[in-house]
Design a protein around this ligand. Structure first.
Ligand SMILES: N[C@@H](CCC(=O)N[C@@H](CS)C(=O)NCC(=O)O)C(=O)O
Length: 212
């Protein structure tokens, strides 16, 4: 039995959403963040050597890292429905956005958040990260003006990965969608998906999704 361990307000919402898109039968466990430091509780940290969300279990397998988990589940239980084959015209775009998510977008967003808390004496790191982050958001807005989904004409793992960054992760930042009509329209489309609604209700009951 596949078990998805979700940490409240975290990247593990991606995995729940994917399971709902695939209509899988899976066990779901939710953990709240610690009150004192907002990190994962000890019970969650004990699941995997990194101690961060998401984590899944599948028989004897314990797997971390969102991208790896998404691909594992989609290929093993979803007939690769959200992965594009090399022969697909959108293959390269799908790959780019799938890897861009954690390789560049999340990384720079996290660095920016940490630097804003650290008040470093040298302004160079903050400027470096701000430049990359601004470029990344510009690319997001452009992409969603040219394609219906990050991966092209259909929902792929690129979307499952990216949506967290432009919704829930924005709860901790001051990025607004005021100047990003394509991104705003995309999020409205995502928010209308039954699977997304079910996943969000499971993950964060009582809290509206950050779609605007
Ligand atoms: N690259 C990792 C990042 C995982 C990560 O940083 N998870 C955060 C939640 S968004 C976490 O577990 N924070 C709680 C903690 O560090 O205790 C992935 O995509 O799985």
């Amino acid at each position: 039995m596949l078990t998805v361990h979700h940490l409240g307000i975290s990247q593990s919402e991606r995995i729940v959403w994917l399971c709902e898109e695939l209509g899988l039968d899976y066990e779901y466990k939710r953990y709240s963040r610690r009150e004192d430091n907002r990190l994962a509780p000890d019970e969650y940290k004990a699941l995997h050597p990194m101690g961060i969300a998401p984590v899944i279990q599948d028989g004897d397998l314990v797997l971390g890292e969102s991208g790896a988990i998404c691909e594992y589940i989609d290929r093993k239980y979803g007939a690769a429905k959200h992965c594009l084959d090399v022969s697909h015209p959108d293959f390269a775009d799908h790959l780019f956005w799938f890897h861009f998510t954690n390789g560049t977008f999340m990384t720079n967003g996290m660095m920016q958040l940490m630097l804003s808390m650290a008040e470093p004496k040298n302004p160079m790191p903050a400027e470096f990260v701000a430049d990359r982050t601004a470029k990344a958001w510009t690319m997001v807005e452009q992409r969603l003006g040219e394609a219906e989904f990050f991966g092209g004409s259909q929902l792929t793992l690129a979307d499952i990965m990216m949506v967290y960054c432009i919704t829930t992760a924005r709860m901790f930042r001051d990025t607004t969608l005021d100047e990003m009509p394509n991104t705003a329209a995309y999020l409205q489309r995502i928010g209308q998906r039954d699977a997304y609604k079910r996943a969000w209700e499971k993950c964060e009951p009582g809290i509206p999704p950050h779609l605007t």
